[in-house]
Design a protein around this ligand. Structure first.
Ligand SMILES: Cc1ncc(COP(=O)(O)O)c(C=O)c1O
Length: 410
């Protein structure tokens, strides 16, 4: 396949105008690259001027299946013509199949569908607390949850309240109590933080926003063991790491670990609709009774139809294998860049955190240079670039994208 990318879209009349219009009428809670996208297919996007860009971010893993996946689009189109929203006041005909399929994928009995990742995390927090009071016997309002440094679980006030990122947290207090933070990867600290009132350990099996931070080998296994021993729930936020990205269905699978609660989002919506869920067994999720939790859009027919298709696509294991194979290329190519603009990197499957040599520029500057060459990626925490190509990317395109990275670092 011949790859035809433009130079930059920035500066063309259409792009500049659209950037200006967007800036003028939106809150500035993001600092996007100045590219204005109009179309997407597979791993490629096209801007308003017809210039093509290779997507190496994939919506922070929300687009694991790429843009406009024909199977997912067909499902969404068909469902749009049938039924889109009922609210949970009624049951619809896509609901049971989705819940059963997702529950089976996770090896769990029950599914609680929501919309965004943050909502799913909030759901897991509520369920854990309720389980703590009703099953574990923690005194009322005393429940505590252990979380990790460098975490990213979303943007609600409760969630940012237990973040240690000043940008996420500062200016948004007062915050909800009941969270104890320990160093990510430090097992002894985690064990020491557990008290009789601890109801859950909430961690990302790999910290995505943190820069694809992979905990020490055995950490997840030991967290599982401690949680079981201490009668504490293990809630794994697999929103970014899960659903194929790391080469396994779940990042926890790499250590053969099954958490009590899977927290899922992003790719579950196939890059089409927001779909999130908390998945667990009856003894935990069963604590919720009618009226105690909900969401108008959670588990709507469109979301369930798309989510069900996503689960069916994952059930074959093909995409996971692809992430493993392509991930090997990613790892080899990045290894060759160490000392040549890259200070260090971490990969798991088709996912990488790449620490850029500050002498070359900031992560943002490198992403701007990549954009000039027709590649879209995003920096995190100053000097790190996260690479998370759609799992459907071709080998040739992946090489081409990494050629561009090598070029901007040289
Ligand atoms: C691990 C993790 N949890 C939760 C979230 C929040 O998801 P959402 O933006 O859909 O609320 C994210 C988003 O990046 C995430 O990476």
């Amino acid at each position: 396949m011949s790859i035809t990318t433009g130079t930059t879209g920035t500066g063309t009349p259409t792009t500049s105008l659209e950037v200006e219009r967007a800036e003028a009428r939106t809150a500035h809670n993001y600092h996007p690259l100045p590219v204005v996208l109009a179309h997407g297919e597979g791993a490629w996007m096209t801007d308003v001027d017809g210039k093509r860009f290779l997507d190496l971010l994939a919506g922070y893993s929300a687009l694991n299946f790429g843009h406009s996946h024909p199977r997912l689009l067909a499902t969404a189109h068909a469902q749009l013509d049938k039924l889109t929203l009922t609210s949970r006041a009624f049951i619809h005909d896509e609901f049971a199949d989705f819940c059963a399929a997702l529950g089976d994928l996770c090896g769990k009995e029950l599914v609680l569908p929501m919309n965004t990742g943050a909502e799913a995390v909030e759901t897991a927090i509520k369920v854990s607390r309720k389980w703590g009071y009703e099953v574990k016997g923690v005194p009322a309002d005393q429940a505590r949850i252990v979380v990790a440094t460098g975490n990213f679980h979303g943007r609600t006030t409760t969630i940012v309240g237990f973040s240690d990122d000043p940008d996420a947290r500062d200016g948004f207090g007062p915050f909800a109590p009941g969270f104890d933070m320990v160093q990510y990867g430090d097992l002894a600290a985690l064990e020491a933080a557990i008290t009789p009132d601890t109801v859950a350990v909430l961690i990302e099996p790999i910290q995505g926003e943190g820069g694809v931070i992979i905990p020490p080998e055995g950490y997840l296994r030991d967290v599982r063991e401690i949680c079981t021993r201490e009668n504490v729930l293990f809630a794994a936020d697999e929103i970014q790491a899960g659903l194929g990205r790391t080469g396994r269905t779940f990042a926890c699978d790499h250590e053969g670990v099954v958490p009590d609660l899977y927290i899922l989002g992003k790719a579950l919506g196939g890059g089409i609709v927001p779909v999130s869920a908390v998945v667990g067994n009856r003894d935990v999720l069963g604590v919720l009774k009618p009226g105690q939790h909900g969401s108008t859009f959670g588990g709507n027919p469109l979301a369930c139809a798309v989510g069900h298709e996503v689960v069916q696509m994952l059930a074959t294991g093909e995409l996971q294998d692809r992430a493993t194979e392509l991930g090997e290329i990613l790892r080899e190519r990045l290894a060759a860049l160490v000392g040549n603009g890259v200070v260090s990197f971490r990969t798991r499957g088709l996912w990488a955190g790449v620490d850029i040599d500050p002498a070359i520029g900031t992560g943002r500057q490198v992403c701007e240079r990549l954009m000039e060459r027709g590649v879209l990626a995003k920096d995190t925490h100053g000097s790190t670039i996260r690479l998370a190509p759609p799992l459907v990317i071709s080998e040739e395109d992946l090489h081409w994208g990494l050629d561009q990275l090598a070029a901007v670092l040289s």
